[in-house]
Design a protein around this ligand. Structure first.
Ligand code: PMP
Length: 431
């Protein structure tokens, strides 16, 4: 025991003098797990290496994008080739049409798509479009779901907002927050009540179809179907935020897995292959309202960036091959079962969730089905678990309320090592 983190510690000290909290995104600071962040030197396949030379099996995968692991040869090759033509033109390239065509082929509800630079931009723009299309102002989101940091969506949000215990961010004007109605995930009766009261003012319901930002929560049978039905009945749009679940829980995302046809879909993470990307798309009739065909303004200097398109296209081409998801599913199921056995053996009271290659181990005895039940998790116990896993060379997301991602780069030996480490970590967690 006793990994050396001295270089990371020195880098962190210095970073804090120039960058708020030393990080460019809050959860990276490890605040919720009682450990300093490790600074990364490089990644290779399933592994991360920190600046002190420690090796980790990586289950963060840059928070979801790296479904092929680090430095996949086909992604690198595509990037290298694209570098030879330049980095950005602010003018159309064929790569953007290829990306749009491939997205439409894989996700048929997306008839037209607009590329942006982050998931935040995707959801923000989809909301503007939904409001313009319906002529209504209110939106409904779910407590514990995170859709990026645009003002209307920072109300009862998940991810870092939940990890750091910030209920709703200062700086969001009341006039904006007032138009956001929050609902409980998996509660259809609650949703019906909201629509009975406000249905004619609601532009859209935005949902992570498999929430991954309050830990991972499964939609109960009939819940997503119910959302589709109610929104249709009241003329509101259904927006699936598949920034995390897109190309992750199945090739066609959660909408393919649960057979739901949303009006608009937000994408990010995997479609950028590790470069900054987001996208929103859906029914052509709605998408044609965006400038320059329509009056809804949305733009971006670097949108459709050639390097991002190349890395994303290469990633989509690899995952769009027979057997890819079957193999990933097998690995994720093996890991989830192994972790569950290890927890049981250690006597740790935990609740496991898994949808495809997204997993979560909640330190609670309750069945987790929404924000309220997720919040019963013992975050101190998770912190101990996290620190023990890190010490044993397993890099997990530094929060109870995040997903663990399995990639195709994880070998069975990596998964076995992880399960072995968890036997020690679960015992440490309940001490
Ligand atoms: N939506 C979901 C479901 C997400 O998980 C995230 C990021 N974790 C976002 C939106 C925001 O994406 P970005 O961080 O690229 O702005």
């Amino acid at each position: 025991m006793g990994k050396n983190y001295s270089t990371s510690r020195a880098y962190y000290e210095e970073a804090q003098q120039y960058i708020p909290g030393g990080v460019n995104s809050p959860v990276r600071a490890f605040k919720a797990v009682g450990h300093d962040p490790v600074f990364i030197a490089r990644g290779e396949g399933a592994y991360l290496y920190d600046v002190d030379g420690n090796q980790y099996i990586d289950y963060v995968g840059s928070w979801g994008p790296l479904i092929l692991g680090h430095r996949h040869p086909q992604v690198e090759e595509a990037l290298r080739k694209t570098l030879e033509i330049g980095t950005s033109f602010g003018a159309p390239t064929l790569l953007e049409t290829e990306m749009a065509k491939l997205i439409r082929e894989i996700v048929p509800s997306i008839e037209m798509v607009r590329m942006v630079n982050s998931g935040t931009e995707a959801t923000m723009s989809a909301l503007r479009l939904a409001r313009a299309y319906t002529g209504r102002d209110k939106i409904v989101k779910f407590a514990g779901c995170y859709h990026g940091h645009a003002d209307p969506l920072l109300v009862k949000a998940g991810s870092g907002v939940l990890t750091l215990g910030i209920p709703s961010s200062p700086g969001v004007p009341n006039s904006i927050a007032q138009n956001t109605i929050t609902a409980q995930f998996n509660d259809l009766a609650g949703m019906e009540a909201i629509f009975r009261a406000e249905g004619n003012n609601i532009a859209a319901v935005i949902v992570e179809p498999v929430p991954g930002n309050m830990g991972v929560v499964s939609p109960e049978p009939g819940f997503l179907e119910g959302l589709r039905k109610i929104t249709k009945q009241y003329g509101a749009l259904l927006i699936f935020d598949e920034v995390m679940t897109g190309f992750r829980v199945a090739l066609g995302g959660a909408q393919a897995l649960y057979n739901i046809d949303p009006d608009l879909t937000c994408l990010g993470k995997i479609i950028g292959g590790g470069l900054p990307v987001g996208a929103y798309g859906g029914k052509a009739e709605i998408m044609k309202m965006i400038a320059p065909t329509g009056p809804v303004y949305q733009a971006g200097t670097l949108s459709g960036n050639p390097l991002a398109m190349a890395a994303g296209l290469a990633t989509l081409r690899v995952i769009n091959t027979p057997g890819f998801y079957e193999e990933l599913e097998k690995k994720a199921a093996f890991l989830a079962e192994g972790l569950a056995d290890a927890a049981k053996e250690a006597g740790a009271k935990v609740y496991f969730t898994r949808v495809g290659s997204m997993l979560c181990c909640f330190f609670t005895e309750e069945k987790v089905r929404d924000f309220t039940s997720a919040s019963t998790a013992d975050t101190e116990a998770f912190g101990k678990f996290f620190r023990s896993m890190l010490e044993q060379g397993v890099y997990l997301a530094p929060s109870q309320f995040e997903a663990l991602f399995v990639s195709s780069a994880h070998s069975m030996a990596d998964l076995e090592k992880t399960i072995a480490a968890s036997r020690i970590a679960f015992r440490a967690a309940i001490k």
